[in-house]
Design a protein around this ligand. Structure first.
Ligand SMILES: [Zn+2]
Ligand SMILES: [Zn+2]
Length: 274
């Protein structure tokens, strides 16, 4: 199996050393693992890799890559944020460590009275917020700084899929044009879903990845990446098999991962066989 999205304690709000994350991946039969801690950013800067840690982060991954070379392929990744006027900031970080893989994700949406986080479930079911999220997602894709867009369908945690369909399809069309991959992020299988009518949060119900998007993506031949978005070692690999089985039933045959920023394709049937 391949897991292209995991966090370690370098992200500060995640737990476990990189070695613990790798050991958990090995125990689950993962053959390619990309460590993608939250890259330094000007928002929430203490809750992620700090700028001064970035070389240490890379060195740490590379030495463990060597140590476990015969058990697993470990790659250096980053999950970058995208926000207004962030291009140069992100590019400097990316150029400084030249990772194998860079995810571009939106966690903050500019609001009228400060920013809204995508996990503020009682605030995101709002037409203006939705519009701004996708405006930002489109700029992220067009920036061409990233290899994939992380959890593009995350608003499904609190917004009905009918409201998002038009936006999701626009995103997929832009991914084709800009050759970015769509991330199937399985944290949506573990996270709560929010019902804006009752204000209740419930667990155990799937919110994202959006199966309708996979179908549209397959029809339009976009590339998909998969990641558990684990923030604790135990969650590494969770949900990947489940989503790949569903995606396969929809017609998806291959997924990809990135090494040295180059796309490598793998047949899903080979991943599910092992
Ligand atoms: Zn994220
Ligand atoms: Zn993440």
């Amino acid at each position: 199996m391949i897991d292209s999205h995991v966090h370690s304690e370098y992200s500060k709000h995640a737990r476990g050393s990189i070695e613990q994350v790798i050991l958990s991946a090995i125990s689950k039969g993962i053959s390619v693992l990309t460590i993608t801690d939250h890259a330094p950013f000007f928002l929430d800067s203490n809750n992620r890799l700090r700028k001064e840690e970035i070389y240490d982060y890379k060195e740490n991954i590379l030495s463990l890559k060597e140590k476990y070379l015969y058990e697993i392929k470990v790659l250096v990744g980053l999950e970058c944020d995208y926000f207004e006027d962030c291009f140069d900031y992100n590019q400097e970080i990316i150029d400084s460590i030249k990772p194998d893989y860079v995810i571009g994700s939106i966690h903050y949406i500019p609001g009228i009275n400060g920013n809204i986080n995508v996990w503020d479930l009682n605030k995101i079911n709002n037409p203006q917020v939705i519009e701004r999220y996708f405006h930002q997602a489109k700029s992220l894709i067009k920036s061409k700084q990233f290899d994939s867009i992380g959890h593009p369908d995350i608003l499904l945690r609190a917004v009905n899929s009918n409201f998002l369909k038009k936006y999701h399809f626009e995103i997929i069309e832009l991914l084709i044009e800009n050759k970015l991959a769509y991330e199937l992020n399985t944290s949506g299988l573990r996270k709560s879903k929010y019902n804006p009518t009752t204000n209740l949060e419930c667990f155990g119900e799937w919110s994202y990845p959006c199966l309708g998007n996979i179908k549209y993506g397959v029809e339009n031949k976009i590339d998909f990446v998969v990641g558990s978005d684990a923030h604790i070692p135990e969650d590494v690999g969770l949900g990947l098999e489940e989503i790949l089985l569903k995606a396969q039933n929809i017609g998806l045959k291959k997924i990809c991962y990135f090494e040295n920023r180059n796309k490598k394709h793998i047949e899903i049937r080979d991943l599910l066989r092992n």
